[in-house]
Write a protein that binds this ligand. Structure first.
Ligand code: DGY
Length: 320
């Protein structure tokens, strides 16, 4: 019998099609990742794996997975998967792009706005009974409209963020491996070198994937190149940031604040020095977390496995 292992408890209905083609085992926990030793054990006999970003699908796992035909990650990011080794072994790797674009762009913009306008501080102010009077500069934040937004990583989500920014009359700059003529034509975004993105932007928004080239790209020097009044927003992967350097930049007031949905280590410890700064808005990696989108993501991942097991080409394949 064809076997599929799903590494986290997901809504039953999203696995219906998968259950018609395979014996499906679902790890029963929703919040705790499957232990590494269990994942390694199941990978040895599985034909398909439906994985999360917290599962490392590396050389050790792939070399012992002698029946494995497909790994479908329930995420657009796939830095947890060694695609090169999988490809060499003929294992199909899939992700879940498109279905989460708008939801993640919404959250990125919410994070930007919440950080600039000090929304969490303001809400706590009311809850903790500190609101005694209206005052001229009480909890005054920074404007968003007519400011300059610098997007690092102008992919699908970057473009959707740029679209939202145009409604706020923002000037959009971007830096990418390559220029995107369509974005320039439709949204008037301007391609600039990385250094210029840092020095001209009021909001530097990180949306690039974690790769060998982007790891740690936001380090001390990058934060020092930003305006002192600028905000750093990260909604892609924590590994692009040297967190110690970000913390120092905040401490030295080299930047105005940070909105972070992702961290070098997740979950971040509540003792982490970054969380002591009132001008840091920290979220638990919820970019794509709307009920509708998460259901779409798991259904797409599951359909990708069905397609491979049926001998068809899956919709969103990553192998070159
Ligand atoms: C992704 O899809 O890569 C997100 O970071 C997880 O929701």
């Amino acid at each position: 019998m064809t076997k599929v292992f799903v590494t986290r408890c997901v809504p039953e209905e999203s696995l219906r099609a998968l259950k018609t083609v395979a014996e499906v085992e679902v790890w029963p926990e929703e919040e705790m990742p499957v232990p590494r030793e269990v994942l390694l054990e199941r990978a040895k006999t599985a034909d398909g794996l439906l994985t999360m970003i917290s599962d490392q699908v590396d050389e050790e796992l792939l070399s012992a997975a002698n029946h494995l035909k497909v790994v479908a990650n329930m995420a657009v990011g796939f830095d947890n998967i060694d695609v090169e080794t999988a490809s060499a072994k003929g294992i199909v790797v899939c992700n879940t792009p498109d279905v989460l674009t708008d939801t993640t762009a919404d959250l990125t913009f919410i994070l930007l706005m919440a950080t600039a306008r000090r929304i969490l501080e303001a809400a706590d102010f009311v809850k903790h009974d500190k609101w005694k009077n209206w005052a001229p500069m009480l909890l005054a934040g920074s404007d968003i409209h007519h400011k300059t937004l610098g997007i690092f990583g102008m992919g699908r989500i970057g473009a959707a963020v740029a679209k939202r920014a145009s409604g706020f009359d923002m000037k959009v700059l971007y830096h990418n491996r390559s220029r995107n003529q369509n974005i320039e034509d439709t949204l008037g975004a301007e391609y600039v070198p990385f250094e210029e993105l840092l020095s001209r932007s009021d909001f530097v928004v990180c949306l690039a994937p974690l790769t060998k080239e982007t790891k740690g790209i936001f380090h001390e020097g990058a934060f020092q190149s930003m305006k002192r009044s600028a905000f750093f927003i990260n909604a892609s992967r924590g590994g692009l940031v040297v967190e110690e350097d970000l913390e120092r930049a905040l401490l030295n007031k080299e930047i105005a604040g940070a909105g972070l949905d992702v961290f070098e280590e997740e979950p971040i410890s509540n003792k982490h020095p970054l969380l002591t700064h009132p001008n840091v808005v920290a979220l638990p990696h919820i970019g794509s977390a709307s009920v509708e989108t998460r259901l779409h993501m798991v259904s797409l991942a599951s359909q990708n496995i069905v397609d491979v097991l049926n001998g068809d080409k899956p919709k969103t394949i990553l192998n070159p």
